[in-house]
Write a protein that binds this ligand. Structure first.
Ligand code: HEC
Ligand code: HEC
Ligand code: HEC
Length: 131
């Protein structure tokens, strides 16, 4: 005879597999789109961050720590990147100067990744970033 105890779980697994692509998408597993259409970035002839994107993705937090130490401990405000291009080491003015869409860029990815950097109690978010 039919074995209910086996058919039901089997059916559930079958349905789960069938609908997998739908809830996989809906479940928010896909990273958010990160808009780069800010006024400062639009002005760039070559759309480049301070350092190459893979490095920025993986290590922007270490870069920021390095910047803070250089400014606070050594009083050095200029950073030369791997191409020798100079940037003022400022979280609010340099990073958020280009990424003025903080909420849609920094915050969106941090929310997705479950990270909550505690910088904004002290560091100013320029006006555009608060939209
Ligand atoms: C308790 C307050 C406080 C918090 C929280 C804080 N900072 Fe700072 N930070 C400062 C002060 C004060 C300076 C020195 C400003 C100067 O000398 O120009 C500074 C300087 C810096 C600088 C270099 C100059 C500048 O204006 O950007 C960086 C980069 C920086 N902090 C990054 C961070 C990051 C990243 C976080 C969050 C993970 C953070 N800070 C959290 C107070 C804070
Ligand atoms: C001169 C403008 C500019 C400055 C300054 C800048 N960025 Fe960027 N950033 C960009 C551009 C343009 C890209 C996208 C590059 C690409 O398309 O590969 C980017 C990419 C990134 C990415 C990777 C996003 C992804 O696709 O995963 C991160 C993270 C990032 N920036 C963080 C920062 C931080 C933190 C700072 C300050 C230390 C900073 N950026 C300063 C222009 C800038
Ligand atoms: C593509 C995703 C992504 C983007 C875009 C991004 N971050 Fe992050 N950020 C992360 C992840 C993931 C971590 C945690 C990494 C870890 O803990 O190793 C992190 C960590 C940080 C930290 C350290 C937090 C802490 O408490 O130690 C700071 C500061 C930070 N991000 C600043 C920024 C700023 C400023 C921007 C926008 C200019 C930005 N990030 C954009 C993914 C992103």
């Amino acid at each position: 005879m039919y074995n209910r105890g086996k058919i039901l779980p089997g059916l559930v697994i079958f349905l789960a597999l069938l609908t997998f692509p739908f809830w996989y998408e809906k479940g928010g597993t896909a990273p958010p789109a990160l808009p780069l259409d800010t006024p400062e970035i639009q002005k760039l002839s070559v759309k480049k961050c301070v350092e190459p994107t893979p490095f920025m993705k993986a290590s922007h937090m270490e870069l920021l720590n390095q910047w803070r130490d250089a400014v606070v401990r050594e009083g050095n405000h200029l950073y030369a990147n791997h191409e020798g291009k100079k940037f003022s080491m400022s979280l609010s003015q340099t990073c958020l100067g280009c990424h003025s869409n903080k909420e849609k860029f920094c915050d969106a990815c941090h929310t997705f990744s479950g990270v909550k950097p505690k910088c904004w109690g002290c560091h100013v978010v320029p006006k555009e970033g608060r939209t």
